[in-house]
Design a protein around this ligand. Structure first.
Ligand SMILES: [Zn+2]
Length: 616
């Protein structure tokens, strides 16, 4: 959970500022005397909708909850987080540290179990397990060692006794899922009995769980460690600790479903493969892989994927069962790759074959499948077109109708146009005909609706930051920008850190600024030339300025409306005439007159800005 977000959610900005500054409602905003400069007419506004505040008086300060506390209490961003976390009752590093130490302890006991099981595979009594690993699976000693494959003897307390002999507590072994506590109470026993043990590590090589393969076909065939604080299938990719380098080197991560589909190709020399361990590819997986490579190739049997599980996990949904399910698949792929700048492809493996078999038995077929992997949507479209040889215009129309939901799920217009072109060629019709048919049905959604995008429209501030972070050459040019161009303290801090060329790569954990910079660096932007980027930066800065003026105008307009209601429209017109002619307003109308002046100035400054923009 993001601490900054959590604090913002727990503390109401207007209520919080209201404790320091008496505020009065003014339309959709609140107004009060600015605490940061001395004034008699309130020009300090709080905008609850946006979670921001700004003084339109002489100090011109503004920001969000965090900048307010920074300015009021003279704190840096970290200090403001600490203070607000305490006030909001959000636990900070103490809890995080506690959690980390617990995770380390659990990791320690899993590592001990891995050592133990690995040694047991060498026991004289484990000959059957060794035969199984070497014969039908054909694993070499090198592979067995690399993956630390082991053997859990068919005993109830083998690991239990070993761990307690080494001083590990039962409680930790239970929490790590190595032991099972009987429901009736009593002595816990080993979870894995009579199984080949395949240790599961995180990307750094820290063991976090075990997979156990039954030897004689006992169910379940594969038994995994349960989810725990340590082991989360939705965030773990099996094999990544051993294959990360090859994934980086090849620029491609091949994603499969099972342990053996990683181990087999690894032994055959294909070392850029990871497995999802029975879940679908989640957005956490995608974010993790993004650190290694841009291209993800799915080498899975699409028709066998656990669809219900995929939906539950909010991950990739891949089904070829019907055009509707395929459209849903395409939408889920869009969602997964959007923002992460990932390229998701599907490798068409020979039907009915495991990646393991293909890589070991026919390397040429493996290489061909990976190299020929198709973009996700194209793979789906091909499947839909494949069986068709339309012989009449009516049939061609029907094919296009079936393709339409998948095409509509493709967000990128260039990509979509390319598919339309290919489909037209395959069906022997014109591109125009396909396009029109697709457009015709566009307003009639078929099948389940796309899940709404979770990302809200990014603010101009955040887009500006993303452009900057991704174009470090602009650093010198934007150095003179005032950091308070950014209303959010997080944006502001990120800007400052970026400006000083610290991209937060090796920052400490729980560093919201580094996380934010990371997110910004992954935001998908149009392909910019340096000049485009420069232009876009200028445009965003203007947009932010305009935004702020409009915000101010709205506040002032609301003041005027209130004045009209209480004093009458005629009186307001009278005063504004007096002001316009430069006549001194009567005392009691002073505040109103000031508002009118503000209004006029504001109108002028917007006008001036637009002029200078259009002249450019
Ligand atoms: Zn002020």
């Amino acid at each position: 959970m993001d601490v900054v977000e959590e604090i913002k959610r727990k503390l109401d900005l207007a209520e919080y500022i209201g404790r320091t500054v008496p505020l009065h409602k003014s339309g959709r905003s609140l107004r009060g005397l600015c605490p940061f400069h001395s004034e008699k007419t309130p020009s300090f506004y709080v905008f609850p909708d946006r979670g921001t505040w700004r003084c339109f008086g002489s100090c011109g300060e503004g920001g969000d909850l965090f900048t307010f506390v920074q300015k009021r209490d003279n704190l840096d961003f970290r200090g403001a987080i600490r203070q607000l976390a305490a006030e909001a009752g959000v636990q900070l590093s103490a809890e995080a540290a506690q959690r980390r130490s617990k995770i380390e302890r659990l990791g320690g006991v899993v590592s001990a179990a891995v050592d133990y099981y690995q040694r047991r595979l060498r026991d004289p009594s484990a000959s059957e397990a060794r035969d199984y690993v070497r014969e039908p699976r054909g694993l070499t000693q090198e592979t067995i060692e690399a993956f630390r494959i082991g053997w859990a003897p068919d005993e109830w307390h083998a690991l239990h006794d070993y761990l307690s002999g080494r001083g590990y507590g039962e409680e930790e072994a239970l929490a790590a899922g190595l032991l099972v506590g009987p429901e009736s109470g009593g002595r816990p026993h080993d979870r894995f009995r009579g199984r080949i043990i395949i240790p599961i590590a995180d990307e750094r090589g820290q063991f976090i769980g075990l997979g156990g393969r039954s030897l004689h076909g006992e169910e379940p065939k594969y038994l995994n460690s349960p989810q725990s604080d340590l082991f989360d299938k939705g965030r773990t990719l099996f094999g990544l600790d051993l294959t990360g380098d090859a994934i980086r080197a090849t620029g491609t991560a091949v994603v499969v479903e099972g342990y053996m589909d990683v181990i087999g190709p690894w032994q055959a020399g294909y070392r850029n493969v990871v497995a999802t361990m029975g879940t679908s590819l989640t957005e956490h997986h995608a974010a993790l892989l993004r650190r290694y490579a841009k291209r993800i190739v799915l080498a899975m049997d699409p028709d066998a994927a656990g669809l219900a599980a995929a939906e539950r996990a909010g991950g990739l949904f891949l089904s070829l069962a019907s055009p509707e399910l395929m459209a849903r698949s395409a939408r889920s792929a869009e969602q997964l790759t959007r923002g992460a700048e990932l390229e998701l492809r599907v490798a068409p493996l020979p039907p009915g074959k495991d990646p393991d078999e293909v890589a070991r038995d026919s390397p040429a077929a493996w290489e061909k499948a990976i190299a020929g992997a198709l973009p996700f949507a194209e793979f789906l479209l091909n499947r839909l077109v494949e069986a068709e040889r339309p012989e009449s215009p009516l049939q061609a129309r029907q094919v296009v109708d079936r393709l339409r939901p998948v095409l509509l799920a493709v967000a990128d217009p260039v990509e979509r146009a390319m598919y339309v072109q290919r489909i037209a060629r395959r069906l022997g019709v014109t591109e125009q005909a396909v396009l029109e048919r697709v457009k015709q049905g566009a307003h009639v959604p078929r099948g389940p609706r796309a899940a709404p995008s979770r990302a809200e429209a990014p603010s101009p501030e955040q887009t500006l930051l993303a452009i900057l972070v991704q174009n470090p050459l602009l650093r010198a040019e934007v150095r003179p920008l005032p950091p308070d161009l950014f209303a959010s303290a997080l944006d502001r801090e990120a800007f400052l850190r970026w400006l000083h060329a610290e991209n937060g790569g090796d920052a400490q954990p729980d560093d919201p600024v580094a996380d934010h910079l990371g997110t910004l660096s992954r935001r998908r932007l149009p392909p910019f030339s340096p000049d485009d980027a420069r232009r876009a930066v200028r445009e965003k800065i203007r947009e932010i300025g305009r935004d702020r003026l409009i915000q101010r105008q709205m506040a002032v307009t609301e003041e005027l409306a209130t004045a009209e209601r209480t004093l009458g429209a005629n009186r307001v017109a009278e005063v504004s005439n007096e002001v316009w002619r430069g006549a001194l307003p009567p005392d009691e109308s002073m505040a109103l007159a000031e508002t009118v002046i503000e209004e006029l100035e504001l109108g002028l400054s917007i006008h001036r800005r637009e002029e200078s923009t259009s002249r450019r």
